[in-house]
Design a protein around this ligand. Structure first.
Ligand code: GLU
Length: 417
């Protein structure tokens, strides 16, 4: 019988436990941090285009507000459930703390397959969900952003619903919104750009010349597509790319720009000229220098980790590697750069967007990009050095550094009342 794969919430708590044990924290601190500070479940009645009524479920979880307002994306996926949202919210807390962005962590989700709904239906879902969670969100309390299955249009509807209810425009209520209503230049590509900054640093610091490296990217959405493009632009040979329908492979390297054009016209990577079809799961087991999982949680687990041959894994997705897989990869000498560091580019530029919105003063794209690079590389150096000094994995080091910052905030603020 196949062992059950751990859930994202179990994974998040396992990593928190390891960090609080290493830091010698009081068990009460683990108890505080393993639970969310506020959770809201809402019912979303939707009038479908055929006039029938369907009731969906939505969540908003604020894991921590110890270091600032809660911050995190909104996910539309049929797999969304409260425990998944709790895990994703906790990871946002660590990500913001590690990158020293003055936020706590949050996440939202609606259990829906957005591809089965029209744009008008998605607009109604988004507006109803936004008004249902309005009591707990705000530019000073909790700021949503896009995640899997949502995009800048979703953010525009959220911003409009919130603003119409308040009676004036409040751009800083969401980040990742269109430029025309206060979005930041560079936000759309920021997560992918950050992933590749970290990948290049990790390759170089481990003695690889990126222009002689091969890469495989799982996922061709908001993160994977840009990561494949930036890796290609940096001179890497991207030999395989997948999406939820399958994968394509070319040992001589894929032309990512042409693949992007193919996806724009067909909606899938499969069928791309100049590449062979590959099983999506097989992509994770290719013999490449760099593997970027950029889709969803738990894709590298106890069962397939023994077959992974990549030299370095840089996590574009949140939680793609389970703790059991981590142990196997570590014993094989595979370097894993954790999500809370590798994919933090998105929330860094979200922070820049929020700052710009609050000040009503917009920055040049070059300014956004240079500040993003500076923060990503600064955090890389810090995590890398701390891992060496304390003989920890990169994930262990990143989690300890992040948890330590949040614990410090709790201790100095004291326990209310
Ligand atoms: N959903 C993204 C993440 O998981 C972005 C969150 C944000 O910008 O608030 O990091």
């Amino acid at each position: 019988m196949v062992d059950p794969i751990s859930t994202p919430l179990e994974d998040a708590r396992t990593r928190l436990r390891e960090a609080t044990d290493l830091l010698g924290c009081d068990p009460g601190m683990y108890a505080i941090l393993s639970n969310a500070s506020r959770e809201l479940t809402v019912s979303i009645p939707l009038r479908r285009d055929d006039d029938s009524i369907e009731v969906l479920t939505g969540y908003r979880v604020q894991h921590s507000v110890a270091r600032g307002p809660a911050k995190g994306g909104l996910r539309y996926s049929p797999h969304v459930n409260l425990d998944e949202v709790r895990a994703l919210a906790m990871w946002m807390t660590w990500k913001c703390a590690l990158l020293d962005v003055p936020y706590g962590g949050a996440k939202g989700g609606v259990t829906i397959d957005p591809r089965q709904y029209s744009q008008r239906e998605l607009e109604r879902v988004t507006r109803r969900y936004t008004s249902a969670i309005m009591p707990i969100i705000g530019p000073e309390t909790d700021i949503p952003a896009p995640d899997v299955g949502t995009n800048e249009q979703t953010m525009a509807w959220m911003m409009d619903t919130y603003s119409m209810n308040k009676g004036y425009s409040i751009p800083a209520i969401v980040t990742g919104k269109p430029i025309s209503i206060g979005g930041s230049l560079g936000r759309a590509t920021s997560t992918s750009e950050g992933v590749v900054h970290i990948a290049l640093a990790a390759l170089r610091d481990n003695g690889f010349d990126p222009t002689k490296c091969t890469a495989a990217v799982q996922g061709f959405g908001k993160v994977g597509r840009g990561a494949a493009q930036f890796a290609f632009d940096a001179g890497m040979k991207v030999i395989a790319v997948s999406d939820e329908y399958g994968a394509v492979f070319n040992a001589n390297g894929l032309d990512i720009e042409k693949l992007g054009a193919h996806v724009d016209s067909t909606g899938k990577v499969v069928g791309f000229n100049g590449a062979d079809a590959l099983d999506g799961a097989a992509l994770l087991e290719l013999d490449v220098d760099l593997l970027i999982p950029a889709a969803i949680e738990g894709v590298i687990h106890e069962q397939n980790a023994p077959k992974v041959k990549a030299k370095i894994i840089v996590e574009g997705a949140n939680g793609p590697t389970t703790p059991a897989a981590d142990r196997i990869l570590e014993s094989k000498g595979i370097i894993v750069v954790p999500d809370i560091l590798a994919n933090a580019g998105g929330v860094i530029v979200s922070y820049f967007e929020w700052v710009q919105g609050n000040q009503a003063y917009w920055w040049q794209e070059s300014e956004v990009e240079s500040r993003l690079e500076e923060r990503m590389l600064g955090a890389w150096a810090k995590v890398h050095d701390f891992a060496k000094e304390r003989k920890l994995s990169l994930r262990g080091a990143a989690t300890v550094l992040a948890v330590q910052r949040v614990v410090e905030a709790h201790v100095i603020r004291g326990l209310y009342p």
